[in-house]
Ligand binder design. Structure first.
Ligand code: R5P
Length: 297
């Protein structure tokens, strides 16, 4: 098995490769004078099973162009099977038309990746469980929830409850609740302005307690988490923890989160936690073991 990485996932690819006992195969990335990317793989792949680990961060367009070229190079090199581990599938939130005239960006991404010849996709905590249905090849939709359950057990279940910061996340916290002996759950109703992204009003229903565990798939601007924390504080919750699989952390998300009076934030290494994004009370859990088990199946 040969493991390749894009430039945004060396952190994760090296963990996976060392657990499997191989080196990460090198990719040379240069640029033409007009800034077009020039990609070349520096390993032979003929007849080999290839895994590409490709995280994305806050530069999805550059990320996808690089990934398209790595896949093409691997295919042209004669790989027998290509598995794409794309821990955070950028553009997944535009999975349908919200307002007239919009593009369905996710559809464009999936059809391009499939056209390039990916045999299997491995991804984590998609925004919607319906997304795998949009692919025509095999998708393994994995989750960081088991990692979150372990941490929540260590923190303690007494007087605690799980919170979904929006209605779309209810299924996620129900699954997590089952892993935690049916820990009570609460749901927040969030209203986001589709034009500006502003969150205008929120309300909460369900369980209450002293300690809340907010669980989300992604933190982008941090506004969803910040609004949820404010609401929980208004309701008198004293101890608030946040769990999110994907730390996109766009714009000033780190600043918003660090001012949000959160006891601790847990994210995963599905996206690299670079120094500019890091905040004091943040811990990064690794999804590398989950990837290793999946690609060794
Ligand atoms: C939305 O439905 C997702 O589950 C997240 O809550 C959302 O994408 C987080 O975005 P932001 O951090 O920008 O509020």
């Amino acid at each position: 098995m040969k493991i390749f990485s894009n430039s945004y996932s060396k952190h994760l690819a090296s963990k996976v490769a060392s657990k499997i006992g191989v080196d990460v195969s090198l990719v040379e990335k240069k640029a033409f004078p007009d800034n077009e990317q020039r990609i070349r793989i520096l390993d032979t792949v003929s007849g080999e099973e290839v895994v590409i680990i490709a995280s994305t961060g806050s530069h999805p367009d550059e990320f996808y162009m690089e990934l398209f070229f790595i896949i093409d190079a691997v295919r042209r090199g004669g790989a027998s099977k290509l598995t794409l581990v794309i821990p955070y599938l950028a553009y997944q939130r535009q999975d349908h038309i919200f307002r007239d005239g919009e593009s369905v960006s996710l559809d464009v991404i999936i059809s391009t990746l499939e056209r390039l010849g990916v045999d299997k996709f491995v991804t984590f905590d998609l925004h919607s469980i319906k997304i795998p249905e949009l692919f025509s090849v095999q998708v393994s939709h994995l989750s960081a929830l088991p990692l979150f359950a372990q941490e929540i057990k260590k923190i303690g279940l007494e007087n605690s409850f799980l919170v979904s910061p929006d209605l779309g996340g209810i299924r996620r916290i129900k699954i997590l609740s089952e892993m935690l002996s049916n820990l009570p759950i609460a749901e927040i109703t969030k209203n986001r302005d589709l034009e500006s992204g502003e969150i205008s009003s929120t309300q909460i229903s369900g369980a209450m307690g002293d300690r809340a565990f907010i669980v989300d798939d992604v933190i982008s601007t941090g506004r969803t988490i910040s609004a949820s924390v404010n609401l929980l504080r208004e309701k008198g919750v004293s101890d608030i923890y946040v769990f999110a699989t994907h730390s996109v952390f766009s714009n000033n998300a780190s600043e918003i989160l660090s001012k949000s009076n959160i006891h601790k934030i847990f994210v995963t290494d599905s996206i690299e936690m670079t120094m500019d994004k890091k905040i004091e009370n943040l811990e990064v859990l690794s999804i590398s073991d989950l990837i290793v088990s999946e690609i060794q199946k």
